[in-house]
Design a protein around this ligand. Structure first.
Ligand code: OGA
Ligand code: MN
Length: 293
């Protein structure tokens, strides 16, 4: 039973997402509050904070409280000047939105990242929402037969399934080609279990992404395609989702091990600018899992 002494936790849906109150990142977050945020993240998969008027450095330093940060590479996204851990996602008339695909950040890596923290800097007048999927709820709703069938299956995930597709051609233009090529070489196809057991909560969830998951290993081509089509359609059901409407200074922190997300590309040609930091390791989760042993 989780009790939240320092923060308020308001679930958005039973499946995924909660809005947190009582957190002021700019003013500083004490250790007890940090543990509360982490507990809410484990329980809800993604947590949202409103009205956090913070600088890129404050966002980076807040993220670093949760674990080791990844240095941001400039390839598909830009990097914030002076904050090497921060990606800048910018979309406008010349750069139409193109993150409208269900995915879990880093699923194409041998060691996917724990969490991502995204802050809205500029938002369109309407639209540009992000949808989150509770992959635990999606798993729970499968039949016992399907759960048994998937229990030992692995899937292959491929960086190029998305980044070689027409919607990402823009990333390969001009001298960005060599950066994308370096990312491609650094991320060869990799296999992960289709059913992921969460290392902290022990909860099972589906671990697939429409944009990166290329095949189910050990079955025929048609069976693999049919299964992935079915599972992707299943995960797109609103019952497993929440939808977050951004305002300037809204922040989302999500667990890539138990959720997927989809950025609605409905606001072109308006401008949207977001700052993202990637947290590779779950320091608080590792400590709590150890304490429980
Ligand atoms: C991301 C991402 C979603 C959004 O930052 O990983 O997918 O709504 N962004 O911009
Ligand atoms: Mn993402």
């Amino acid at each position: 039973m989780t009790s939240y002494e320092r923060i308020s936790v308001t679930p958005l849906t039973p499946a995924v997402g909660a809005e947190l109150g009582g957190v002021d990142i700019a003013a500083g977050v004490d250790d007890e509050t940090l543990r509360g945020i982490h507990a809410a993240l484990m329980a809800h998969g993604v947590v949202f904070f409103r009205d956090q008027d913070i600088t890129p450095v404050q966002q980076r330093d807040f993220a670093a409280r949760f674990g080791r940060l990844r240095t941001a590479k400039r390839s598909a996204f830009l990097v914030e000047d002076g904050v090497p851990e921060m990606h800048v996602l910018i979309n406008d008339r010349e750069r139409p939105p193109n993150v409208n695909h269900y995915h879990s950040d880093g699923i194409f890596r041998a060691e996917p990242e724990f969490a991502s923290i995204l802050r809205a800097v500029e938002v369109p007048e309407a639209g540009g929402d992000t949808i989150f999927v509770g992959m635990g709820a999606a798993y729970d709703a499968l039949s016992d037969d399907m759960k048994a069938y998937l229990a030992d299956k692995e899937a292959m995930h491929d960086f190029m399934k998305l980044h070689g597709s027409p919607k990402k051609f823009r990333s390969w233009e001009g001298d960005n080609w060599k950066r994308m090529e370096a990312s491609r070489v650094a991320n060869p196809p990799v296999a992960h279990q289709v059913v992921k057991v969460h290392p902290v909560t022990g909860r099972k969830s589906l671990y697939i992404s429409e944009s990166f998951t290329a095949s189910i290993l050990g079955v025929g081509e048609d069976e693999s395609r049919g299964l992935l089509d079915m599972l992707n359609r299943h995960c797109a059901r609103p019952e497993f989702q929440c939808r977050f409407h951004w305002r300037p200074h809204s922040v989302a922190l999500w667990d890539n091990r138990s959720t997927s997300h989809y950025a609605c590309a409905d606001y072109w040609p308006e401008r949207r600018l977001m700052n993202r930091v990637t947290i590779e390791t779950d320091a608080l989760g590792a400590a709590s899992a150890e304490a429980a042993e």
